[in-house]
Design a protein. Structure first.
Length: 390
């Protein structure tokens, strides 16, 4: 899929970026790659890489034009120089990646920008602090376009924040994964359930582990494979306390043969192999705030049925039958949902089919085309480039 070459706005993203291990970094890397593919392989989009206080690694990625330590006072001062040669400054916003005070310095970034600003808001809180609300609303004022990744996030942003609703656009989170081949009659006798991503309190993995203890009675008890490194911010503050507690819980429940945990940050190919080897994904988040989940999008994009707790994104994407939604912190309900799918091949196949239908819109090239079109609306009028205010 290659877009018509009327004009190709040159994006300058502001985001974390590999080798940082976080969802925002992976998202931005994937979006830049997809924009290059739809433009026929050109690579004219770059990144101002946010280096947080828990990540001082050096990037060798060619997309990086500068790395900036967000804990340094007045880190945005060279912005005008960084913006030279670009058409649009696109901020990937998440609390925690723009320094102290809820990342309030991102507003200085907007004030100093010589380019039009667009923002992707990755988290939309129900009950933000006064400062968090001010930051989101000020980003909305400064941005020509505000992107969120689910309908529920869009409604929450419009209804609970003072932001011009005409600026708000829904563009789904992308995925690189396509549906797996069906196992057909050769399914394994012991189903595999998978969970992946950075690990820390709030992921709800203890609920999933306790649910596994309630599934030993079925004919072919499943195994749960949990893959993921501890979130670097959690590791800096708390070490491996959460992971160690989960390992102890597995031992206490006698699940050593049913739950497998590994401490690694997977490459995309390793993740694809994991997803395509599985029968189901389990997403047991504790939070009720999660309006976007990259794990959920990847699972559905791969045609994998999902059992998830009732956070906003799962309620939206699983409502058509791509899986089951269960209450938070309820191992019994979670086990019942898993059993209902695994013990009914027709139900499991129907959920997989629906996941594939829903997931078609999440392919990264489709997502990149939507970003490209939004950018053109901002930086062009009638096919001519708009002069930027100095």
């Amino acid at each position: 899929m290659v877009v018509e070459a009327l004009i190709s706005p040159r994006f300058l993203f502001v985001s974390t970026y590999p080798p940082t291990h976080c969802g925002i970094a992976t998202f931005t890397e994937s979006l830049i790659a997809a924009l290059g593919r739809i433009r026929g392989g050109t690579a004219d989009n770059k990144v101002i890489r946010m280096v947080t206080d828990w990540d001082d690694s050096i990037s060798l990625e060619p997309e990086i034009i500068v790395e900036t330590d967000v804990t340094t006072p007045d880190w945005v001062r060279p912005l005008e120089m960084w913006c030279t040669g670009f058409d649009l400054l696109w901020i990937q916003h998440e609390f925690g990646i723009f320094g102290p005070d809820d990342g309030e310095s991102v507003l200085d970034l907007c004030r100093r920008s010589p380019l039009p600003v667009a923002t992707t808001v990755h988290t939309v809180m129900v009950s933000p602090s006064d400062r968090q609300r001010t930051i989101i609303e000020s980003l909305g004022d400064a941005s020509e376009v505000v992107v969120v990744m689910s309908n529920r996030a869009g409604r929450r942003l419009i209804e609970r924040y003072d932001i011009d609703h005409e600026k708000v656009h829904i563009v789904p989170h992308g995925t690189r994964f396509s549906p797996r081949r069906r196992h057909g009659e050769h399914r394994r006798s012991r189903p595999t359930i998978v969970n992946w991503g950075l690990i820390g309190p709030g992921k709800g993995l203890e609920t999933g582990i306790r649910a596994m203890a309630l599934l030993r009675h079925i004919e072919h008890p499943p195994r749960l494979v949990i893959r993921g490194a501890t979130h670097p911010n959690v590791k800096r503050r708390e070490g491996e306390a959460y992971r160690d507690w989960l390992v102890e819980l597995i031992g206490e429940l006698g699940l050593q043969g049913s739950v497998e945990m590994s401490d690694d940050y997977m490459t995309p190919d390793e993740l694809e192999s994991l997803i395509h080897s599985a029968d189901m994904a389990l997403i047991p988040y504790d939070t009720t705030e999660q309006v976007t989940s990259g794990v959920l999008v990847d699972a559905i994009g791969a045609g994998l049925p999902v059992v998830a707790t009732a956070f906003p994104h799962s309620l939206e994407l699983l409502s058509s039958g791509a899986g089951r939604v269960v209450p938070h912190r309820d191992p019994k309900a979670m086990a019942a949902a898993i059993e209902a799918l695994l013990c009914d091949p027709a139900a499991l196949t129907a959920a997989a089919d629906q996941a594939m239908r829903v997931g078609r819109d999440f392919a990264w090239p489709r997502v990149a085309v939507k970003y490209e079109r939004l950018a053109r609306q901002v930086v062009t009028r009638d096919g001519k480039r708009v002069p930027f205010a100095s």
